[in-house]
Design a protein around this ligand. Structure first.
Ligand code: G1P
Length: 288
């Protein structure tokens, strides 16, 4: 299997779970502390060895392109004011990777968003990373998955354990356990009713996929929620090639959800040395 160089970031969604904040602002630009969600996920990709970032955008998502571009005026102003350390942080952003953009003209589902990136991905393996899912991990989640990909030379999906009815909000796998961190996938289903979920292992928004998925995606019709589902296409590919799941070490935050976003904000802020003491003190003072 060739080396994984490219990652696709579906970012054309309407952000309906986060209105009114996302009426004109892309949800991917919501910031945890001071960094937009999309940047956390792009950094995870780059820290895992990804060189090419493909962002699938849509109407009203111009801010994403601007964020990863050079901001000449801002850079010049910071330089004139001697704000060297801020300037350094700013320059890091556009130098993270090689960026390409493609538009998904209609929000037809995650599977469709991935298909739109087909020409930019070409005939090589690729990662798919959902900017709503922020994974706080010592070793980047995608890097953990790459180890599985390299060992088994096969597609890999990240999973996490979700107990209880909440499982029906995810893609869910059936599996055979290989070890604590690795499973061989035997089936998968998108958002099953709680009682019909094949396990408590939920798919989270990190995938390593092979280009033979594209012709399958092209043939995949609408599934759950009337959308073209990535899970449905992967299930078809599973019939012809093995798939693995990586139960990554780390904590996943659903930052596309208001409560999930608040929790992630607090946790990330507590990890920052400039805020941790004051914030901790403040939270304690609330005597909840
Ligand atoms: C998507 C996938 C689902 C996965 C989830 C992870 O669903 O379709 O299989 O479990 O992301 O966040 P969405 O949350 O976009 O509806």
């Amino acid at each position: 299997m060739p080396k994984l160089r490219k990652a696709v970031f579906p970012a054309a969604g309407l952000g309906t779970r986060f209105l009114p904040a996302t009426k004109v602002m892309p949800k991917e630009m919501l910031a945890l502390v001071d960094k937009p969600l999309i940047q956390y996920v792009v950094e995870e990709a780059v820290d895992s060895g990804i060189e090419n970032v493909v962002i699938v955008t849509g109407r009203g998502k111009q801010a994403l392109e601007d964020h990863f571009d050079i901001s000449f005026e801002l850079a010049q102003t910071l330089a004139e004011r001697g704000k060297e350390s801020v300037l350094k942080e700013l320059n890091k952003v556009h130098n993270l990777a090689q960026f390409s953009y493609v538009r998904q003209k209609q929000a037809l589902g995650l599977g469709h968003a991935v298909l739109v990136a087909r020409d930019l991905v070409g005939d090589e393996p690729f990662a798919v990373m959902l900017p709503d899912d922020i994974v706080d991990a010592e070793e980047p989640c995608l890097k953990q998955m790459m180890a599985v990909y390299e060992k088994y030379q096969a597609p890999v999906i990240a999973v996490t354990q979700i107990d209880g009815p909440e499982i029906s909000r995810f893609g869910v796998i059936a599996h055979e356990k290989i070890d604590e961190q690795t499973y061989k996938i035997t089936d998968m289903v998108e958002k099953p009713p709680y009682q019909q979920a094949p396990s408590n292992m939920a798919i989270i928004g990190r995938y390593i996929l092979t280009p033979d998925l594209f012709p399958i995606l092209e043939q995949t019709g609408k599934g759950t929620g009337g959308e073209i589902q990535l899970t449905d296409a992967m299930k078809k590919l599973l019939a012809v090639r093995p798939f693995y799941a990586c139960k990554f070490k780390g904590k996943r935050h659903d930052a596309g959800d208001k409560l999930g976003f608040l929790i992630a904000t607090i946790e990330f802020a507590l990890k920052r040395k400039e805020f941790s003491e004051d914030l901790r003190g403040y939270l304690k003072s609330l005597k909840l």
